[in-house]
Each structure stands twice: as structure tokens, then as C-alpha cells.
Ligand binder design. Sequence first.
Ligand code: GDP
Ligand code: GDP
Length: 437
Amino acid sequence: MAKPIVAIVGRPNVGKSTFFNKLAGKRIAIVEDKPGVTRDRIYTDVEWLNHSFTLIDTGGLELESDDVLLSHMRNQAKMAIETAHVIVFMVDGRAGLVSDDEEIANLLRRAGKPVLLVVNKVDTSNLPVSFYDFYQLALGEPVAISSTNALGLGDLLDEIVARFPQNEEEDYEEDIIKVAVIGKPNVGKSSIINTLLGEERVIVSDIAGTTRDAIDTPFTHGEDEYVFIDTAGIRRKSRVNENIEKYSVVRSLNAIERANVCMLMIDATEGVTEQDKKIAGYAHEEGKATVIVVNKWDLLEKETNTMNQFTKNIRNELSFMPYAPILFVSAVTKQRVHQILETVKFIANQHSMRVPTGRLNDVISEAILLNQPPSDKGKRLKIYYVTQASVRPPKFVIFINDRELTHFSYSRYIENKIREAFGFEGTPISIIHREKN
Ligand code: GDP
Ligand code: GDP
């Protein structure tokens, strides 16, 4: 099953971001040095027991200047209802019950999604008298926590994972390429999907009777089977908040989770925006293959260098995904549109490629000869051998003598050598060190 999404909603200052940061813990610090990905971060991965899920802090979506607080909170709640599998509704145990809480609760009660009412700022083991008022919200048993003191978090996580959807039928055959078309509103997602589906060799399949086909669009192209994931909102445009750009990030999370390949759409007339970076960062961190599709290329005044300049700018802004191929297309004139599915197929194959262990170790031995592993205080990193542990994305385990001696730049060097030898175009690679003694 795709990773479940948990959204935190609630009034400002109840402690949503404190809670988010507590759960995000180390992970955020690790990715912090990837420029562009982590600023104003609103989502993070959380591991709890045998579960892993994506946590979204809807409070991290800033107010626009003309937003009225209450309508802003309503929008956040609606978005959470639409996107999340479990909603954490946070209230403030010090402030007690206030009318805005009731407003949000009214929306959430009708959501048809599991909601957990969480009373934050209960910093000691005594429940405040006001705690009992929260039963009035009719959202079940409130869970008391203290985000700052990290009290009750384990129990809460248990309650959250207990509400995840059970064995949701997943999904498609292994060899069907699952594609998420992602990007902000008006970049041309529905135009490009329609253009692709109108291509000569494309036949839209007609799978009746599954719940999926309401939101996905399966089709074949020549011999190959594909499915555009979560196209309902894109093609119908009837969903809430569709045109609010900041929500496009959250909107994309589910589709990215379920896909193998992401078509990240960039508007040629605008270049890479902050929202684009966040969406791209998520696809990268989730280990999906990505092709960057620059659309509306027909609208640019072109000079000899335009494409190079644009490429440079993308590489700069999306520096964490140098592996992603870039296409410059127009959904209107159909320029280069035929390259899209070819590229999607190609990177889907790269994403699931397995390399022979012998060849892999030859490549690594040679790399070590060319450039010695780092050393510290007279002790040198020893690399014993490397194996590819999994695909989608390709993951390599390097057996070494001492984790303390590993260095980011050397891992990067090894990654580059692996890419030089085998390609892995369009896909992130993950490298893990394991001590062997
Ligand atoms: P948000 O607007 O909902 O994201 O709220 P913040 O996470 O920014 O927290 C608002 C304020 O409440 C900050 O001053 C936090 O330090 C404080 N706060 C958050 N969690 C707790 C808690 O568990 N106990 C106490 N006493 N204060 C908290
Ligand atoms: P979505 O919100 O991402 O699905 O974007 P749409 O497909 O609805 O496109 C938004 C607007 O951009 C529409 O008016 C389209 O006609 C226009 N558009 C989409 N692709 C192109 C393109 O390649 N060139 C030009 N000139 N306009 C485009």
C-alpha cells in the first residue's frame, strides 16, 4: 500500500508545528543541507513500530494577506479531509475549548475520515479541568499530550497507526508504469494529459468495476501499459482549493506516493517556483523517478541560448535532482510531446534496474583505487563490498569497517561512479552503510 498520510489541523498556536518537529526529529536536520527542499517544510516521514507515514502540518501553509483566519482554517481542514487518511485535530489544553475549535470540529465530523482529537499542552500528569469540555466536540475520546515535554506521544502514535486503512487493495500489475503528473495549477497538467491520451498509438483502457478507475486513467502506448495516477482532480477541476497554488503541494503527495514515475511540470513562462521545489523535493525523497517537463514552450521568445539558460536555471533550483531528464514541450503545438512517454518508459526501467553484483564491485574497486576513501585520526574507511539491496529506487548497501569514517562527499563520489557505469537516469539512488566486523 502507498504510505498513509496524516494531517494535523487546528487553530494557530495550539502547538502543531512543535508537535510536527518533535516527530520529524532527526530527519529534518539531515535533509536541511539540501537547499530548497526543506525551507518552510510542511511534510515529513515518520516511522513508528512497523509503520511509516507522511505527516503534514497544514499550519505550515502560511496565511495569504487577504485570508480571513477562519476561512483559512476551513480550507486547511477541507484539504486535510481530501488528502489525509487520518486527521489529527489539535486543540490547546491551556486555552480550553474555544468557538473556532467547534467550527473546525463541525467540518471534521462530517469528513468520513478517522479524526483524532488531541489536547496539547497537558504538560503534567494531571488533566486540567477544561480537558473534559473537549468531549463536547463529539469527536470521541480526546488524547492528552505535551509536545514540548514529549508526553503521550507514543500512545498517540499507536492511536494514529491503528486508524490506517486496512489492506487497501493495491493496485496494478508490477509492469504497469504508474505516472503522477504533478505541478501547480494552470501549468498545463490536464492539457498535457489530454494531448498524450490523444496520441495515435495511445489507447485509453476501459477497466470497469474498480474503485480506482474513478481517479486513475489507465492506457496503453504500443506494447506498454501505463496509468496516470489520480487524474480526477486534474481533469475535472471541481475539487476544493484547486486554484490555490500553495495547496498543490499537498494535493500532489498522494499521487506521488502511488506512482513510480513523476512528470514534474514547470511553466516555461514562470520558471521554477517555490511550490515546484517542494513538490520536486517530495518526489526525490520518496525515491520516485522524475522527468521534468517544461510546458508552454511555445510562449517563449527564443534565442539561441534559451534552452541552455533554462536548463541551467532548473539544475540550479532543483540541484538535488541532477539525474532528472528535462523536456521542453508545448501541449498546444504538441512540440516534442511524443518524447514524453518514451522518456517515462526509459526512466521507469532505470528506476527498477538491478545490476550484477560482480560488475558493481569491479566498479567500486576501481573507484577506490582512483580516489582513496577518507580517513580520520590515522584510521581509514575500508569498503569491503557493495550490493544492490532493492529497486524502485535503486538502493545500495556498502559494507564498511566504521560508520564514523564515512563522509558525505565520498558517498557522492561513489554514487557518481555507479551512475557513470550503469546510468540510473531519472532516478534517485540511495546508499546505505553497514558495519561489518
Ligand atoms: P502552531 O501555530 O499550532 O504551529 O503552534 P506552535 O507549535 O508554533 O506553538 C505555539 C506555542 O505553544 C509555542 O510558544 C510553543 O512553544 C507552545 N507549545 C507547543 N506545544 C506545547 C506544549 O506541549 N506545552 C506547552 N506548555 N507549550 C507548548
Ligand atoms: P492544469 O491546471 O495544470 O491542469 O492546467 P491546464 O491544462 O488547465 O492549462 C491551464 C491553461 O494553460 C489553459 O488555458 C491551457 O489552454 C493553457 N496551456 C496549457 N498548456 C499550454 C501550452 O503548452 N502552451 C500554451 N500557450 N498554453 C497552454
